[in-house]
Design a binder for this molecule. Structure first.
Ligand code: NAD
Ligand code: GLY
Length: 368
């Protein structure tokens, strides 16, 4: 049994606690009330998570004395992260709110898709209401649950429409991961590899030693990577909440290529973490070509991702489609491309204005 713990993300009046526990869902309702986040809960989830945990969460919230409670269920998958679903959920929350003068709090129960879309609902409804992230995938437990980047996708670009809007509480129950399919565990691990490369060589070595235990849902090992990932992310967000200082940008290692792969394949072929995994290999090879990163370290990264079982090749899109998708990347400034490249395992840097021929060469190598 892991000992529950709290990490604080310190952002002045927008600070919030990140609670990491096991079998702790029953405590959620009381905590929402103790923190005075709201009286009436609008729960956002998707079809898969609703079936698995919807009733249990509602039961616990009712037992904690929450009287007004409604659940909104979006379809499953990345393709559901649309402005249409966002609009639909906003209509439902407005109906729930109608005339009752509610003190609303949104609770997002799900992976990164529910968290990003539900956070964007909370960001705009009545110009912003409190929201809580209850992440249920490994990816959301190490990355998307914290930091307040909320958004939906457009065909022109991933997360193109959204906001910076921080949750008031992040509540992790690691036991919820037990139902997560292996492929989703692997995809979530890609984001942990990312933290290892950009900031923590010990975490990277831990993954090399323990990836198998993690994929077997070993709670101690999971606790370690969730805690460490959130600590790293919290530090970066605290220093650079709006992603303007080149600190939070490091979290996008692998994402310039990865987002372009997702967009070019219509958000249907790869899980986000899988696309990021291919993107990290591209970024490592680019850094190697630029003489910034050693061949040995690229091979170490590729070997870890292969052991985890992450893809290394791009299928379902051609070079032109990927390059086109990359031009819409929010990370590009004044049309100058911008990549996060590794310097060594445990350190990365932002690089701009890289020769397009070189980028094309790197992407072409990954095409199957
Ligand atoms: P997801 O939300 O689609 O979840 C993956 C799959 O797991 C889905 O089919 C879902 O229904 C299912 N699932 C969720 N919890 C489950 C559980 N406990 N048991 C069984 N099945 C479960 O995808 P994701 O990988 O969690 O998140 C990807 C999204 O996160 C992308 O849209 C990405 O852009 C976003 N993201 C956002 C940030 C951020 O900072 N906001 C960071 C990283 C990624
Ligand atoms: N996932 C990138 C960020 O939160 O900045």
């Amino acid at each position: 049994m892991i000992i529950p713990e709290k990490i604080n993300l310190n952002l002045g009046e927008n600070s919030y606690p990140i609670i990491i526990g096991q079998d702790n869902l029953a405590a959620l309702g009381n905590l929402i009330q103790e923190l005075n986040l709201g009286r009436d809960i609008f729960l956002i989830t998707n079809t898969v998570v609703a079936k698995l945990y919807g009733d249990t969460v509602i039961k616990h919230l009712r037992q904690a004395g929450i009287k007004h409670l409604q659940m909104s269920v979006i379809p499953d998958g990345e393709q559901a992260k649309t402005i249409e679903n966002w609009h639909k959920v906003l209509g439902e929350i407005a109906d729930f709110d109608n005339g009752l003068n509610k003190r609303l709090v949104v609770v997002n129960l799900g992976g990164g898709v529910v968290g990003d879309l539900g956070g964007f609902v909370a960001a705009v409804y009545r110009r912003g209401i409190n929201f809580v992230q209850v992440p249920t995938t490994l990816l959301a437990n190490v990355d998307s649950g914290v930091g307040g980047k909320v958004a939906v996708n457009f065909k022109q670009g991933k997360n193109l429409v959204g906001a910076f809007y921080q949750p008031r509480l992040v509540f992790v129950d690691l036991s919820l991961l037990k139902s997560l399919p292996q492929a989703e565990m692997r995809a979530g691990l890609a984001e942990v590899v990312k933290y290892g490369v950009i900031a923590d060589s010990e975490l990277f070595a831990f993954l090399e030693q323990n990836y198998h235990a993690i994929l077997q849902y070993d709670l101690e090992a999971l606790h370690h990577i969730v805690r460490r990932s959130y600590q790293i992310k919290a530090q970066m967000v605290e220093q650079d909440e709006r992603d303007t200082k080149g600190i939070r940008a490091l979290l996008n290692f692998g994402h310039t290529f990865g987002h372009a792969i997702e967009t070019a394949t219509n958000y249907a072929r790869y899980r986000h973490g899988e696309a990021v995994a291919i993107g990290m290999i591209c970024a490592a090879q680019l850094a190697e070509e630029l003489g910034m990163f050693s061949q040995g370290e690229t091979q170490r990264l590729e070997a870890l991702m292969a052991k985890i079982g992450l893809p290394a090749k791009i299928q379902g899109a051609d070079l032109a489609q990927i390059m086109q998708a990359m031009t819409h990347d929010k990370k590009f400034v004044n049309k100058k491309n911008r990549f996060i490249l590794p310097v060594k395992i445990g350190e990365a840097a932002v690089k701009e204005g890289i020769d397009e021929t070189l980028i094309k060469k790197i992407v072409a190598r990954r095409l199957e």
